[in-house]
Write a protein that binds this ligand. Sequence first.
Ligand code: ADP
Length: 277
Amino acid sequence: KEKQTLHYEEIYKIRNRERAFISSKFPLIDSLGNLYAIGFMATDITERIELENRKDEFISMASHELKTPITSIKVFTQILQRQTKNTRIDNSKLYLKRMDAQINRLSNLINELLDVSRIQSDKLMLNISKINLNKLVKESVENIQATTDSHKIIVRGSIKNKITADKDRIEQVLINLLTNAIKYSPKGKKVLLNIDDNKDKIMISIKDYGMGIPKKYQAKIFERFFRIDDERHSASPGLGMGLFISKGIIEKHKGKIWVESKVNKGSTFHFILPKKA
Ligand code: ADP
């Protein structure tokens, strides 16, 4: 009717087996502008989808398998730390502290991989309770502020009443956005966090004065494992999981997350949450 080409995925049964296709259908129009037929082209993508599913399953299984040994290494490190607390054996205390920090990094990575798999298969569960968002913001900001001398995080605004949401998951989003704001603004000196109290929603905005994000990537950065592949962005380490997870968490709360950004000027990440999740 609209004389437009359409592209979409569809399933057909072929020899009693379901196969997935990516199809294009297009109108054939005669010299008078009348539609006289529809052209149709389809590519079988069944194997590709199966391979992708197997890869997702692998990531999920591998992260579960990795979690067990890491948990016991963590426990043994803590025991050693306790036992060496009052001793003065060379640098052992320092090394144990470093070991502990690296184990935390590793287990964060594994937890992120698990979260990616959960979101991908729509199995992310929320643990909803009444939360004091002002306090949660304050604690998250203090945590991140303690890791940096280069940036000052400034909080503006507050919200009157408690909201219902998953405390740990919202903290995870705040920490991810604040960490990114610092990571991707090596020359910036401040990060602003604004809380907006609307009628039945709240909006949190996190603004940095860093390298920014080109328009063409502003939607893509929320896709899993996506990282901007240029010299400046890829100078910071990461696996492109944080924003995918943040989006999954916010959308599970029936909220919205997006970015506004200008290259070399900085970025503002906004998210909206309903007060009653
Ligand atoms: P990671 O930072 O681990 O790569 P994220 O999912 O958190 O993963 O971010 C995806 C990509 O989006 C980053 O690799 C980076 O290129 C870009 N990005 C995220 N936050 C910012 C920001 N505040 N400023 C500029 N680019 C950003």
